[in-house]
Write a protein that binds this ligand. Structure first.
Ligand SMILES: NC(=O)C1=CN([C@@H]2O[C@H](COP(=O)(O)OP(=O)(O)OC[C@H]3O[C@@H](n4cnc5c(N)ncnc54)[C@H](O)[C@@H]3O)[C@@H](O)[C@H]2O)C=CC1
Ligand SMILES: C[N+](C)(C)CC(=O)CC(=O)[O-]
Length: 337
């Protein structure tokens, strides 16, 4: 891969190829961050739909804060894919999730974009190794997996394929951060990356329960929005479960509830909970907690749940207002088990 024509901080022009739910969301995001955006999509009504999506997203973008000079007027819709990427400094591909289409489109983008410009695919799960097979310069192709809607959900998972240059992965990660995203840069390919692998596990179990008549769609949704989902907005599943172990943290949680991994709660096979896995979980939670004690994490979690309940209109105003932030003392820890 020739070196990138500009530093991530210098990018002004972004091309978005494919302008449906996700491509359109990316367009809105980049416009909101003050970039000039050129889009291309082969659908006959693509421009009208795209401009509608951007208009609908603009109030939300305004609420979270527009960059200086940001405007929907800085969107150009190109007549051809070649025109869209001709002077792009970064390309985001968001075409349908079909492997053959991704392969040939990425090769076409590689042929048309200026040398060295990084091209990212929004794919939900294909490894880049499988998609970069037809490109002349596969070194500049990376995955940049967003979450719907890309203009509000911060995360992008970045990973290269076997033939991607490490410099392209690094450049893309830096660029997304400059463009206001929260980035996880993965060192190795994993089908579904991290978040979709987790989401698919939950999703598979949900479909099993519906197919078996064991739970309704509403019960499944309520079980998350009224339950663990409230915590997951600000504390991931590992630290959340560490708190289920009380003062003993993740170690006690695993010793206490580990055997239930083997219970028939899930249709997925359980991993062997051996000493290595136990140590990896305990060490990982310690690292994630940093200098925060269990008591501080409990207080943080409780405040977070209250904030999410308040933000989603599920806390009566009189209870929400005038309530000081929670500061648990260690003596309240017994309630955590
Ligand atoms: N929908 C979602 O929640 C998410 C989707 N993604 C990924 O984003 C990509 C796009 O998915 P969606 O936006 O949901 O699909 P979509 O169906 O809403 O949009 C796809 C767009 O691509 C256009 N298109 C068709 N052929 C094309 C071609 N040869 N070149 C360029 N554009 C072409 C279509 O006209 C359409 O507007 C997929 O790779 C998907 O896995 C990633 C994260 C979330
Ligand atoms: C449904 N989906 C697999 C395409 C979802 C994603 O890829 C990410 C998201 O927005 O949850």
């Amino acid at each position: 891969m020739p070196s990138s024509p500009c530093a991530p901080e210098e990018v002004r022009r972004v091309a978005c190829v494919g302008a449906g739910v996700i491509g359109g969301g990316w367009v809105a995001h980049f416009l909101g961050r003050g970039y000039d955006v050129t889009a291309w999509d082969p659908a006959p009504d693509a421009e009208e739909k795209l401009r509608r999506l951007v208009d609908a997203a603009w109030p939300a973008l305004t609420q979270i804060g527009l960059a200086d000079g940001a405007s929907p007027d800085r969107l150009t819709v190109a007549a051809t894919v070649e025109e869209a990427v001709a002077d792009a400094q970064f390309v985001q591909e968001s075409a349908p999730e079909k492997l053959e289409l991704k392969r040939s489109l990425l090769a076409q983008l590689d042929a048309a974009a200026p040398p060295g410009v990084v091209i990212a695919s929004s794919t939900s799960g294909y490894p880049m190794t499988d998609m970069q097979t037809e490109a002349a310069d596969p070194g500049r192709l990376v995955v940049g997996h967003p979450f719907n809607p890309p203009y509000l959900i911060p995360l992008v998972e970045v990973v290269g394929g076997e033939r991607t240059d490490a410099a392209a992965v690094e450049w893309a990660s830096r660029f997304y951060k400059v463009a206001g995203k929260s980035v996880i840069t993965m060192e190795r390919e994993l089908p579904g990356f991290i978040a979709n692998r987790l989401q698919e596990a939950l999703w598979r179990e949900a479909l099993h329960m519906v197919a078996g008549g064991e739970a309704t769609v509403k019960e499944i949704d309520d079980s998350i929005t009224e339950g663990p989902g409230l915590r997951w907005a600000f504390m991931g599943p590992c630290l959340t479960f560490a708190l289920a172990g009380g003062e003993g943290g993740m170690g006690h949680m695993l010793d206490h509830f580990g055997p239930s991994l083997k219970s028939p709660w899930t249709r997925l096979e359980a991993p062997e909970l051996d000493d290595t896995l136990r140590a990896a979980m305990v060490d990982g939670c310690d690292e994630a907690a940093g200098s925060r004690t269990i008591a501080q994490l409990v207080a943080e979690r409780d405040q977070g749940v209250i904030d999410v309940l308040r933000a989603t209109g599920r806390l009566p105003r009189q209870r929400a207002e005038g309530t000081d932030a929670i500061t648990h003392t260690p003596s309240t820890m017994g309630d955590e088990k």
